[in-house]
Design a protein around this ligand. Sequence first.
Ligand SMILES: Cc1cc2nc3c(=O)[nH]c(=O)nc-3n(C[C@H](O)[C@H](O)[C@H](O)COP(=O)(O)OP(=O)(O)OC[C@H]3O[C@@H](n4cnc5c(N)ncnc54)[C@H](O)[C@@H]3O)c2cc1C
Length: 406
Amino acid sequence: MIGAGAAGLAAAHELTRAGRSVLVLEARDRVGGRCWTRRMPGLEIPVELGAEFIHGEAQVTHALLKKAGLTAVDSVREQRSLENGRLRRVNAFIEAQKAMRPAASLERDVSFDAFLARQRLPAKTKSFARMMVQGFDAADPRRVSAMSIAEEWGGGELGASQPRPQGGYGALFDWLANAIMARGARLRLGALVTKVQWRTGAVSVSGKFLGDPFSAQATRAIVTLPLGVLQRGPLRFPQKRRALAKLAEGPVIRVAMRFHRAFWEKRAPGAAFFHAPQAPFPTFWTPLPMHAPLLTAWAGGPKAARLTGSSTRKLIDAALASVESMFGKGPRALLAAAYVQDWMHDAYSRGGYSYVLVGGMGAREELAAPLDETVFFAGEATDSEEAGTVAGALRSGMRAAREALG
Ligand SMILES: Cc1cc2nc3c(=O)[nH]c(=O)nc-3n(C[C@H](O)[C@H](O)[C@H](O)COP(=O)(O)OP(=O)(O)OC[C@H]3O[C@@H](n4cnc5c(N)ncnc54)[C@H](O)[C@@H]3O)c2cc1C
C-alpha cells in the first residue's frame, strides 16, 4: 500500500479483514494525509488543517465512525456576507445552487464560467456561484467542467448538513491505523516511495525509508497517491497520462487563528460562516455549535493559487486583512496563535483536492483502472461518486482492496 491517508487506511482495513498480509508505506511521519487534526494550547477542541466536515451522504464515513465508537456532531450553517460594508444574512450554498440548476440539461460540456455567462441571473447569484466553485470545489471557474459541477451540486451535497467527526478526523484515522496494525499490517512512516516496477503478479517498490534506501516486494500494490503527486512526480505512471491530463488539483490554504476572545460572537451572534468575496481569504468559519475563540480562514481555487508558496507571515497577514475587511480594525491585536497549511505547496499532496476539467467526464474511472491486475489505484480523485471528500477516498480504498482481492 502506498500512502496512509483515508484511501490507504481504508484499503488496508479491508485487506487485513480478509486475512491478507499488508505493508503500508507512508512518506509523512503521521497517518491521515490530507486529514490533519492538531491541538492548539488554550483550545478544548481539535484544530483541523485538512478535512473538517462530513459532506453529503458519506455512508462509509458514518459506518466507520460507528465502528470506531465515535459520533458526528452537526455544525451550524448560519451565514453572513459582507455587502456594501455591512454583514447581511445569506445562504451562499442555496444561492450558488440556483445558478447551476439549468446545467442539469447541458448537452455539451463547457467551463463553469462559460456556462454562467449564458445564464440570465442576478449578479449576486452569479457571484456566490463563482465563490462556491472556487471555495468549495477549489476549482478555477475558467477550467472546471460545468457538467461535473452540475452533477455534484445537483446531488444536494452543497446544501446538505455538514457534521464534524467528534474529536476530529484524527480520532477516526488513529483508530483505523491501530485496527489494521492489530490485525498484523506493518505501517512504515517516513517511507517515501519513488519507484514502482511490476509484471503480472509481482511488484517491486523502492525509495527512501528515514533517509536510507529501501525496497519491498509484493504480489500486488495499491497506489493511493494524491492526483497532484501523480501529475508532478517523483513517482509517475505513463499509462495514466491521458486520465491525469483531464483532471486538476485545486489549491487550498487554511489559516487557523486563535484569538484572545471570540470577538465575532458579539457582532454576529449565531453566525458560523462569513463571506467576504473580495478578500484574499474570502471565507471564514467558527467552530459553532462549539464556542471557542477559533476562526478558520479559507482560500481555494484561483485565490489560493495567487497566495501559494508565500511565507507563513504573509499568509497570516492576508488572513488578518481579510478578517479586518469584515470586522474592522482590532482583530490583529487579539491574535494569540495561528497554524497555516498551504496544501499546494506540500510535496506529499500538491493540492487540496481534485476537480474535472472541461471534457474530462469519465477521467476518474480511467485513473482508477488497474494495470495488469497487479497495480491498483485509489484516492479521492479516483472515486466516481464522492470525489474530493474523505468519504470518496475511503470508498475508493475499499473498491481497490476488493479489486486486489479479485
Ligand atoms: C484543506 C482541506 C480541506 C478539506 N475539507 C474536507 C472536508 O471538510 N470534508 C471532506 O470530506 N473532505 C475534505 N477534504 C478532502 C479530503 O481531505 C481528501 O479528499 C482526502 O483526505 C484524501 O484522501 P486520500 O487518501 O485520497 O489522499 P491523502 O490523504 O493525500 O493520502 C495520500 C497519502 O500518500 C502519501 N504520499 C504522498 N507521496 C508519497 C510517496 N511518494 N510515497 C509514500 N507516500 C506518499 C501522503 O503523505 C498521504 O498521506 C479537504 C481537503 C483539504 C486539503
